[in-house]
Design a protein. Structure first.
Length: 251
């Protein structure tokens, strides 16, 4: 029997991109999967495509998270695997940043991880263990200009990951992070279009500008990130780690 069979895995931001790839591989491995996201229409469509459950919630809203997680547990049982994938990236020069931008980046990228982890851990403790994987970014390991709020939030995710890994190491719960580089998702495709619109460069030139930091000269594929998530879930000894999936961009 697969290690994942009989386990309930919940993936935030599961309606597209990395989250959808993670949900698919968890489903294929035999887990009961719930995807969570803000867009009802997109979420329901992806859930039907993957044959998984879904719950609508904004991870930055604590009450919504609590209610969605409670419904997910009622439908599929205690959460044994939590993948905190929901996030957002928006560029803004620091000198032009306002409070709303800062608050929004921290809310979805860091507070959302706190909210979802807080909702899942009591059940994991009651059932003798669990796996938490936080999807961070290479922006959690190094700095990038013009995304200071995003970098700050993602660095915070690594700090939270490491602290919780120590706190729950003796209770059967592992907490790790995956740090993708530029990945072939809607966020990156939107970034390319903004570069094209702002600079007049071609799509190919804008893409080349983004991937030049990756020694392999390419975008990471969502399935590569999902494979790393699966590996971390299965390895009991992996705890408190931040694994870069970035072709050698950061080491």
């Amino acid at each position: 029997m697969s290690w994942y069979e009989g386990k309930h895995a919940l993936v935030t931001g599961g309606g597209s991109g990395i989250g959808a790839a993670v949900a698919k591989i968890l489903k294929d491995k035999g887990a009961a999967v719930t995807i969570v996201g803000r867009s009802h229409q997109k979420l329901v469509a992806k859930a039907a495509e993957l044959d998984v459950s879904c719950q609508v919630a904004d991870v930055s809203e604590r009450q919504e998270v609590g209610a969605a997680f409670a419904r997910a547990v009622a439908a599929n049982g205690p959460i044994g695997i939590l993948v905190n994938n929901a996030g957002a990236a928006e560029a803004m020069p620091f000198a032009k940043m306002d409070n709303n931008h800062w608050d929004a980046m921290i809310a979805v990228n860091l507070t959302g991880v706190f909210n979802c982890t807080s909702a899942a851990i009591p059940g994991m403790l009651a059932n003798g263990g669990g796996r938490i994987v936080n999807i961070a970014s290479t922006a959690a390991l190094t700095g990038y200009a013009y995304v200071s709020a995003y970098c700050a939030a993602k660095h915070g995710v690594i700090g939270l990951t490491r602290a919780l890994a120590l706190e729950y190491a003796g209770k059967g719960i592992t907490v790790n992070a995956v740090c993708p580089g530029y990945t072939d998702t809607a966020i990156v495709r939107d970034a390319i279009e903004r570069i094209v619109g702002a600079t007049g460069r071609s799509h190919e030139q804008a893409l080349a500008d983004l991937v030049k930091s990756n020694p392999q000269g390419r975008l990471i594929q969502p399935e590569e990130v999902a494979d790393t998530v699966i590996w971390l879930c299965r390895q009991e000894s992996m705890n408190g780690q931040a694994i870069a999936v970035a072709g050698g961009e950061v080491m």
